[in-house]
Design a protein around this ligand. Structure first.
Ligand code: AGP
Length: 609
């Protein structure tokens, strides 16, 4: 999604803006631009393409010389990626950058055209710039407030008024925006990494609050234009966490961070060998009466929910439905008082997941958020909250967030099973102890499988389509393996319940279709092996991810490539088995010459519908 930055201080503003934008590249973008006050004039430079293209253009036309400005990376929604559609956009006296969507922009555009305004771009953003200019009454904050009353949608804006060359204004509704502060300088940004090189102190802008940034500091007013005091926050991770640290890509760095991410996430939530989620607002008493659970999320987070379904149902015997947030929110779901709705999200800002959370609350359900980004909207609005302590996840393809989401879901499942008395404290302690071994187990899998995955990935370079199959938890995991591969390699892939193949999909199998099978669940391994034999006999190349125990029993020639992982508690196998799937995706992406950190068309944080 689009990234916004802004600066007021005494540094070289163009440099600050471009540098801050590089820290938001992970969000995904197709064009970039900056606007800077130079001798009281607003100078805008923008281009289609990457930040490198913007830097080249700044080199060619001369970078604006000044200390106050705004910058933007655009992920196209309205209008194709082009120079003219890139941000910043301007009216005669106003220049803005924007993240999000203005839902009523066509009505507003029509109105402004009827007033004689002309538009250069196809964007909804230019409509806001023109509207600000049209409604400008000489007082920027009042004008922004009046314009906010006219806008529908979710958005964050960085704004400069030509008449006020010493300040930048910021406002948001739904879309995230923070205001960083330091001695003699202030920043705005869509996310904390953008400002970490300058300061760790920041404010979270709330809905419809307006911030005014000057060298003297920042002031805030609410939607009634009443001045407000806000709590200053401090980022608890530093630049290093948001840098590649010697790895060629964030994705492989984050895969390698998984052992410590799991450790960080589970350790504070275990006491005396049992789960302890009291600090997250969860006690045995509070959860023992839930009759049903719905897990709602998008993409990888939803796949973590799929694993959760198998684990919670198995241990706590509570029915679990997993729903895609964009479906849940529009289908009048059956949830209400006495039901628990769990929202899983790395960013905590995914528009559909946030809307699903609000709908669940409106219907009377109790909500639990499992979120990585501190202070995000989902984290703040849920009734109960468990943070995954994965640290910043920069690569678009989620890896360490997924594995920590699983870790939290396991802890919650253990706690719920205790509350429901479907497992004994002794059994719970055994499971917790097995979970505690996961950081070491994941490290072992990374160390022992990476070279093999790298090699097998060379065999996938020319594949046009792949199938991932598994049963039970292995099927839930296959979904994540398939998504990981397709998002970074651009090879089509599907995940399928292995037993369902015969009902149609097996007709796709031929020599050109590699099949990746996951087999870690002892009860169903013989069944999965039968399915593997069926697809193998139709010409498919088989890549099998299985436990060492399974590999020992495997007949010669059943699979073309076998990736063995150590056997642990069966329920916990997705934690280790996902690692080779992540590595296969990463190396296939590299082999095909892609940038796995910034897959085409994708954004890290999907803050629009
Ligand atoms: C997966 O690699 C993607 N990053 C994507 O599917 C992601 O999990 C999804 O967009 C949900 O994001 P969230 O966890 O921030 O809500």
């Amino acid at each position: 999604m689009c990234g916004i930055v802004g600066y007021v201080g005494s540094r070289d503003c163009s440099e600050v803006l471009v540098s801050a934008l590089t820290k938001l590249e992970y969000r995904g973008y197709d064009s970039a631009g900056i606007a800077v006050f130079e001798n009281n004039e607003i100078i805008t430079v923008k281009t289609k393409g990457k930040l490198k293209d913007l830097e080249d253009k700044l080199g060619a036309v001369g970078k604006p010389q000044g200390h106050i400005g705004i910058g933007h990376t655009r992920w196209a929604t309205h209008g194709e990626p082009s120079d003219v559609n890139s941000h910043p956009h301007s009216g005669a006296r106003v220049t803005i950058v924007h993240n999000g969507i203005i839902e009523n922009y066509l009505d507003l555009k029509e109105f402004l055209i009827s007033k004689g305004r002309e538009f250069l771009s196809d964007t909804d953003t230019e409509v806001v710039a023109q509207l600000l200019d049209y409604m400008y009454n000489g007082n920027p904050v009042e004008t922004i407030d009046s314009v906010m009353a006219e806008l529908k949608g979710s958005f964050a804006l960085g704004i400069m008024f030509k008449d006020y060359p010493d300040r930048v204004f910021a406002v948001r509704r739904e879309s995230p925006l923070i205001v960083g502060v330091n001695e003699g300088e202030c920043f705005i940004a869509s996310d904390v990494p953008a400002i970490l090189q300058y300061t760790r102190d920041y404010y979270l802008l709330e809905h419809d609050e307006i911030a005014t940034l000057t060298r003297e500091g920042v002031t805030f007013v609410d939607e009634h234009l009443e001045p407000i005091e806000k709590e200053l926050k401090t980022a608890d991770w530093d630049m290093e966490a948001a840098e590649k640290g010697g790895y060629p890509h964030f994705m492989i760095k984050e895969i390698n961070e998984q052992p410590s991410a799991i450790q960080m996430t589970i350790t504070p939530r275990i006491k005396n060998g049992l789960p302890c989620l009291e600090e997250c607002g969860i006690t045995l008493d509070k959860i023992k009466d839930f009759k049903s659970i719905t897990i709602v999320a998008c993409g990888t987070a939803m796949h973590a929910g799929m694993v959760g379904k198998y684990v919670i149902e198995d241990l706590a015997r509570v029915p679990v439905t997993v729903d895609i947030a964009s479906e849940f929110r529009y289908r009048n779901p059956i949830v209400g008082k006495g039901d628990l709705v769990i929202i899983v999200s790395q960013s905590g800002e995914t528009a559909d997941s946030l809307a699903a959370l609000r709908l669940a609350k409106q219907k009377g359900a109790t909500t639990l958020a499992i979120v990585n980004a501190k202070g995000s909207s989902i984290a703040r609005e849920a009734d109960m909250l468990i943070y995954t302590l994965a640290g910043p996840e920069i690569a678009v393809a989620s890896t360490k967030a997924y594995i920590t989401q699983l870790s939290v879901i396991y802890l919650f499942a253990f706690e719920l099973a205790l509350a429901k008395e479907t497992i004994s404290p002794a059994e719970c302690k055994r499971l917790v102890s097995a979970l505690r071994k996961m950081p070491e187990a994941v490290q072992y899998v990374i160390d022992s499988c990476e070279e093999k995955c790298k090699f097998i990935a060379t065999k996938l370079i020319n594949a046009e389509s792949l199938l991932y199959i598994g049963r039970g938890l292995d099927y839930a995991l296959s979904m994540e393996g398939s998504l990981k591969l397709k998002e970074v390699s651009y090879i089509h892939s599907e995940s399928y319940a292995a037993g369902e193949l015969k009902h149609g999909t097996i007709s796709l199998i031929d020599e050109e279709m590699p099949v990746i099978s996951v087999a870690t669940q002892t009860d169903v391994i013989p069944k999965t092996i039968s399915n593997i034999v069926e697809v193998k006999s139709r010409g498919a190349t088989i890549i099998l991810v299985c436990t060492d125990a399974c590999a020992r029993k495997l007949k010669e020639g059943v699979a073309d490539y076998v990736i063995e992982i150590p056997h642990s508690d069966e329920l916990l196998m997705p934690i280790t088995a996902v690692v080779p799937l992540q590595l296969l995706a990463y190396y296939t992406s590299i082999n095909r010459g892609n940038d796995p950190d910034k897959p085409r068309n994708l954004a890290k944080s999907v803050t629009v519908e």
